[in-house]
Design a protein around this ligand. Sequence first.
Ligand code: PHE
Length: 467
Amino acid sequence: MCGFTVTYQRFIKKNMNDRGRFGSKLGVVLASAGSAVGLGNIWRFPTEVGQNGGAAFILVYIVFVLFLALPVMVSEFVIGRSSGSNIVHAFRKLAPSKWWMTIGFMGVLGGFLVLSFYSVVAGWTMKYTVDAALHRISGTDPANAFDGFVTDTWEPLFYMGLFLLLTHLVVIKGIKGGIERYSKLMMPLLLLIIVILVGCSLSMPGSAEGIRFLLKPDFSKVTPHVVLSAMGQAFFSLSVGIGCLATYASYFDKDMNLAGSALNICAIDTLVAVISGFIIFPAVFSVEGVQADAGAGLVFITLPHVFSSAFSQIPLVGYVFSLLFYLLLLLAALTSSISMHEICTAFVSEHYNIARKYSATLVTLVYLVLGTACSLSFGPWKDCTLAGMTVFGWFDFATAMFIMPVGGIFISLFAGWCLKRKLLTDQLTNGGTLQVKGLRVLIFLIRWVAPLGVGMVFLNEVAKHFN
Ligand code: PHE
């Protein structure tokens, strides 16, 4: 009995000490960029561009990525790597007061909520991938087809569960053998698909109109509200504010260049978002009568219409285009979902001293329950609302409008003001061995610009909601 206890304790200890690590710098950048590149880039960004003034919105967005999201990302990297812990324990180790752990707990809660509703939309993309492969996407009445599908009880649940299972299978394999390995496989594939899709889209007749729309800035549409929603988009798209990238950074090596990697990740994420616009708009403009500012239905309602019209002209292009497009969305969603899952898995494993595979399983089970509630809120639970919002709406609102901005403010305040200045510069320069250009500017952004800027987004969202 005693021997068993000792063996068991050793087993637990081994699992605890063996937190895992990324094996290469490329792996780090691809996994973190994988977290950032997701439905936010390919689905949400083009929608916002379409509604908010094309190139003018893109310009504003890029400014916020650089001045707001980048410093929060660097702060997360510093907190994660210097603590070598999940987001809650990171604050426990580094903070002067236990109060800061609340920000960590909020991050874990955010990780639970965000993947619960994200997996529902990811499930939809999985269904559309299967339909595209079987040539079953409705081109005649895509709005009705979409509505019929999401209001059903079982089919969306099935796809959501399948998507969560895929996420689980990657996370359970650990950092190097799971997250890094699959990111190294999926990210290049994703980039290759993007290149092919740009080719498909530009080859469609009338595509020049879409390019003109993207490149012509319409500043009249950039209202104060649009400026602020560009900030929110930058935040969501770069996965900052809930400790997701801090968790990844806890597996980084000592010699990783934190500021340089953050810059690369921002560049990849923004490039993918802009290129997604170059895939979607030329295609959308090639079909007469289809609106560029179609809103959230752009991907599931407007595009099927475009694909079917392409199919009737050149069947092979139509088929390849639709299949690869939904596959791209699915891959992007998966590389993001594993990072959300990891926030919670790392926390549960380290906080409750449970081996990784058990904590990952526990976390997946919780996701299945919460995700079910989100999925049903389009069908049978449509009328279960609180203050006019369904479960899905609440989860979306709580994370995007509250947890991420508030987390972002405190994360940058913490890195900028609570951490010792020497620790911050040591992390950024790897103990003085690295020359970081613009170090003082970066620290200024972390201390002042990011908390104030994000504070504005937050207040705007609150004000908008209560107006
Ligand atoms: N950045 C992801 C996207 O663009 C979403 C995400 C949010 C991922 C928060 C991780 C954490 O889709």
